[in-house]
Design a protein around this ligand. Structure first.
Ligand code: FES
Length: 180
């Protein structure tokens, strides 16, 4: 709950308290594919979630500028967008690192040491879950079941699944990613 409130405060600060609302200089560029997707969904029911999914697919998070642009294109209040992104855990409000490390916290992984893997990663990267390293290379998060429980404990980095992860493997995995 604390994290959710922290995220809300941060987002509201970003949205309304710095740089000015609808700042043209910060305007984000949507790809032609994204623009035509929004045009296609503009009048359909449930369009806001679909559009925000697509925006996150393109940028990996929902920035203030992207939210502004969606509000303008769909002609909906910014508050409606904020309502959706804050309700669904899936949406991210901060830019993830170059390598976003997702550690499964589902039951099977938890029982097989997923929490320890997450803590070890946090200790080596010097960030808590939900944060990004200062150099922007890594971000770390605990996620729900990744669907390959037989490989527990599991983590996923950039779509690649790492199964039966042990704490001792972590330095080598991080070093390889740093060089990638
Ligand atoms: S519980 Fe971790 S992959 Fe299912």
């Amino acid at each position: 709950m604390y994290m959710v409130i922290k995220k809300m405060v941060k987002y509201i600060q970003m949205s309304f308290c710095s740089g000015g609302y609808m700042s043209q200089s910060n305007e984000v560029m949507f790809s032609p594919e994204l623009v035509s997707f929004i045009e296609e969904w503009k009048t359909k029911p449930g369009n806001l979630i679909m559009v925000l999914h697509k925006v996150q697919e393109e940028f990996h998070y929902i920035s203030r500028e992207a939210a502004d642009k969606v509000a303008e294109m769909l002609d909906v209040p910014l508050a409606s967008i904020w309502g959706v992104v804050s309700f669904y855990h899936f949406f991210k409000l901060t830019k993830p690192g170059k390598h976003n490390i997702q550690v499964c916290m589902g039951t099977a992984c938890y029982l097989k040491g997923g929490q320890g893997v997450l803590e070890e990663l946090g200790s080596q990267l010097k960030i808590p879950a939900g944060a990004v390293t200062e150099d922007g290379i890594f971000s770390l998060e605990g996620v729900r079941c990744l669907g390959c429980c037989g490989l527990a404990p599991v983590m996923s980095i950039g779509g690649e699944v790492y199964g039966k992860v042990t704490k001792t493997q972590i330095p080598k995995i991080l070093a390889a990613l740093r060089q990638a």
